[in-house]
Design a protein around this ligand. Sequence first.
Ligand SMILES: [Zn+2]
Length: 490
Amino acid sequence: MTLLKQNNMKYNKYLPLLTLILLSNPLFAQKSKKISKIKQAVINSVATHQQELIGLSDKVWALAETALMEYESSKVLADYAESQGFTVERGIAGMPTAFVASYGSGKPIIAVLGEFDALPGISQKASPIKEPLNKGAAGHGCGHNLFGAGSLGAALAIKELIEDGKLSGTVRFYGTPAEEAIGGKIYMARDGIFDDVDISLDWHPSQVTKANVQSTLALVDFNVEFFGKSAHASSDPWNGRSAVDGMELFNMGVNVYREHIRPTVRIHYTIQAGGDVPNVVPEYAKVWIWIRDSKRSVVAEVYQRVQEIAKGAAMMAGVDYKVSLNGGDYEILVNRTGGKVMHDNLELLGPITYTAEENEFAKKIQQATDKPQDGMNTEIAPFEETKEHPGGGSTDVGDVSWVVPEIRLSVATAPAGTPWHSWAVVACGGMSIGHKGMLLAAKAIGMTMVDLFQNEALRKEIKEEFVEKKGDQVFKAMLPEGPPPVPKIK
Ligand SMILES: [Zn+2]
C-alpha cells in the first residue's frame, strides 16, 4: 500500500510532462483532437433538422419510384431544399427528375450528390420478415432514399454556415436520378453540369462505415440484334435465314472469347428475344450484354472485339445485325487525399450506437437471409489501401469522378451480410437503423465540406492528385447520341 502510494507520488511529479509527450505523439494527438466549433455547428444543424430529414427519407422510401419515374421523390427533396432557401433548378440534362439546389456565390463550389431511385419488384415493409408493402411494387433495395435525404442534410448544414458568414463560396446538392438504370449522372456529366465544381462528395448506404477509397468497375451496356428472313421451318427452310442462328453463334463466340480475356473482365448477358415458335424460322433475335472491368480502357478493348464477333456471327448465319449502345460507367477515379479527410471526420464523430431492439432487428434480418447473426457492425473501418482491381459493381458516380475530384463515404445502414438490392435492405432503410446511418453520413459529409471550404491548400492538394491520376485521359461519356430515354407518362 505504502509502496504504491510512493510510486504514485513519484509519477505525479512527472505527469504534466508525460501528458505532453503523449499528446505530441501523432498516435495520441489524433485521439485527442477536439471537434471545432464550426464542425459542431454542422452536427447541431443535422440534429436540428433530424426529424425533417428522416421524414424526407421515409417519404421517398414509401414512394419507391424507379429510374426516371421518380417524379414525386425528386419533388419532395427539391421542394424541401427550396423551402430552406436554396435556389433550385429542375429538369436538368433532359431529365425531368434531375435537379440542382444551390446556395451562396463564388468559389469554391463544393457539391454533394443525392440519389432517390428505387428497384422494381422488391417492395417490403420495415419489418425483419419478408413481407411486401405493396405486392409487386418497387422498393429501396439500394437505400437511395437515405442517400438523397442524407446528402441534402449535409448541404443544408453548409448553407446555414454560409448564411451566417462562417463560410464563403457555393454549396450545391445534385439530385441525380436513375442510378439503377441509365445513370442520370452520366448525362449530367456529358452536359457539363459538373464542370465548374471544385470538389464533389457522395456517400452510399452499406454494411460497413468507412471513407471509401476503393474504385468500382467500368461498364458498357449494349444490345445486339439479329435480323433474318422468315420461312416455314419444315416446308421451305432453305428460303429462311435464322436470326436465332446468328444470336447463338454470337453467344458462342463471346463465350469462347472468355478464355482470352483478362481475369478482371466480366461479361454477362440475357436473351431478350429468340423467336416465338419452332415451326417458323425466326426473323428476329436480341441479346442484352454488359462488359465490365476495373479499367475503362480494357472495357473499350473488349467491346471492340465483341462487336467483331457479332459481325462474324451475322456473316455465318447470313443475317443482318445491329449493335446499340445503351450507356456505360467509368470506374471511380479514387482521391485518397480527400478520402483521408473524410476518414478523420468519421473518427471525430465516432461509431453509431444501436439499441437492443435495433440489434435484434438486425439479427432477425441475418437469420432470414442465412447469415451469421452478429448484429450491426459498429466499427469505423481503418483507412484502407486502394486496390488495383476492386471487383464488385459499377456506379455512375464514376463518370462524375473523372470530371471533378470525388470524395466518397460508405455508412452502415444494414447488418453485415445483408444481400444488397433485396427486401432486407428495403426493410432496414425504412426504420431507425437506416435513419442512424443517414444522419451520420450527413454529419461526416458536412464536416468534410467544412474542411474543403476552409482550407485552400487542401483543395489544391486534392486537385493535384486528381490531375495526376487522370493523366492525359479525356472524359467522354459512353452514351448514345441524343437526350436520355425518358419514358412518356401515360
Ligand atoms: Zn445504389
